[in-house]
Write a protein that binds this ligand. Structure first.
Ligand code: HEM
Length: 417
């Protein structure tokens, strides 16, 4: 069995981060269980770009935002190194200790909380992002000696019309997006990273999601959101070639060398007034989106992937309404703005009026938020008829660094070295 070590981290580094993984411990590249299980679905952790962006959207999400509670730069670096080791192990579906699962060996506390024992990798991806507040605090103080590396584009998002944001569940110094096809695997991953970070970071807010509301590959069918419409039809997709360099990945000339090959992440928790929506007619719902509900075709067309004809009229009235969601969000309306949407549905119980606290946890990746999310959201927040049925309750922006190249690399190395 091939063995690898913990990317050469010294005991001091891991201990400083409060890591639960004993330094010097050797882990198998994949556990016996994962290697034997054809459904293991392990997704490569190492690569030029972080997994979890272009990866075909998995079915489940656990997204967490953290605050860094240490003022010690070395402790933060040690945490990022320890997180990288743990993330690589978990994404490989490796919950077994040195003896491997076949030998009945599993990591025991405090090295792992244990609830993923015996489960395959389940397509787990872990994607890290750095928020603007990691660089400078509210008083402009350079927290970790990286203020001069704050990218121009990593600014707090501007206020938008109708924002109803709760600051307690917005922002964050760090984020980790865990996506998997098994909710337990995603939850386990975030829980273990939080455990490793104890004393260095504290969890600020988190969000569970299900039923991906987007497809990020042409190989995937388009799922439906909680309003019952196909969502993700006109999304950027893995097969989009040059468009990805233009609209998704930060380029070498974009002014932040450490972020080349990374991407900006915007999250918005958007509550849906589903009970009100459910009382509207089919015709009204279709007019609001500008697509038919069953097939997902633009109004006036027949196929889901037909191009919308925004010029078409019937009896002097635009077939796709002037304020239809797909017209307002279309690249031609927003200076060719494009992003890769990767959101999830959520249902967080009910409120005290008996209404579902449900909606869309919107996630979008882009090369530059000023040329992606911001103009589109400005257009939608001011004009979209959908606003009668939704409310944005949380917002955050992060810069996601490029991928971890190999076992000597770690999340954020280019930023801190
Ligand atoms: C398209 C739903 C919020 C950006 C769509 C479509 C649906 C939809 C059903 C048509 C299918 C597709 O092409 O994916 C929703 C719902 C939202 C929401 C239910 C809120 C709860 C947003 C937000 C943004 C956004 C906040 C960005 C600021 C887009 C874009 C398109 C789109 C760029 C593709 C437009 C095109 O090129 O045709 N959305 N959306 N959406 N949406 Fe949204």
């Amino acid at each position: 069995m091939k063995r690898r070590n913990a990317i050469g981290l010294g005991t001091a580094g891991i201990a400083a981060a409060g890591a639960g993984f004993a330094a010097g411990r050797f882990w198998p590249a994949t556990s016996e269980a994962a290697a034997l299980d054809p459904n293991a679905e392990a997704i490569a952790f190492y690569g030029a770009h972080q997994a979890g962006i272009l990866t075909p959207a998995q079915d489940r999400l656990h997204f967490a935002a953290f605050e860094v509670i240490t003022a010690d730069r070395d402790e933060l670096i040690a945490l990022l190194q320890a997180w990288t080791v743990a993330a690589a192990r978990m994404c490989g579906g490796d919950y077994a200790g040195p003896g491997g699962a076949a030998g009945g060996d599993y990591y025991a506390p405090p090295d792992d909380t244990g609830e993923a024992q015996g489960l395959p990798a389940s397509g787990l991806t872990l994607t890290i992002g750095f928020g603007p507040t990691l660089f400078t605090d509210a008083d402009g103080v350079d927290r970790f000696g990286i203020a001069d590396r704050l990218p121009e584009a990593l600014r707090e998002l501007p206020p938008f019309a109708l924002d109803a944001l709760d600051p307690a569940v917005s922002g964050g110094d760090l984020c980790v997006q865990a996506c998997a096809n098994d909710p337990q695997v995603a939850v386990h991953a975030i829980r273990n990273l939080a455990r490793i970070g104890f004393g260095t970071v504290s969890q600020r807010w988190s969000q569970l999601g299900f039923g991906r509301t987007s497809s990020t590959s042409t190989a995937q069918s388009t799922p439906r959101n909680l309003m019952g419409f196909k969502d993700g039809t006109a999304n950027l997709k893995a097969e989009d070639g040059d468009l990805l360099e233009k609209h998704l990945w930060v380029g070498a000339d974009d002014g932040a060398d450490w972020l080349t090959g990374g991407s900006y992440l915007v999250t918005r928790r958007i509550r849906m007034r589903v009970e009100t929506w459910d009382r509207t007619t089919l015709a009204e719902q279709e007019e609001i989106f500008g697509r038919d509900k069953s097939e997902g075709a633009p109004l006036g067309a027949t196929g889901e992937f037909d191009e919308p004809d925004f010029e078409a009229e019937a009896d002097g009235v635009p077939v796709i309404a002037a304020k239809a969601h797909i017209r307002l969000a279309h690249p031609t309306m927003n200076g060719d703005a494009r992003m890769l949407r990767r959101g999830y549905s959520f249902v967080d119980g009910s409120d005290n009026l008996g209404r579902l606290d449900a909606g869309l946890f919107f996630i979008a990746y882009q090369r530059d938020p000023e040329a992606g999310f911001i103009p589109v959201q400005r257009s939608l927040s001011e004009n979209d008829v959908l606003n009668e049925y939704i409310e944005h309750t949380s917002s955050a922006i992060f810069a996601c660094p490029p991928g971890v190249r190999d076992e000597d690399d770690w999340w954020g190395r280019a930023l801190f070295t």
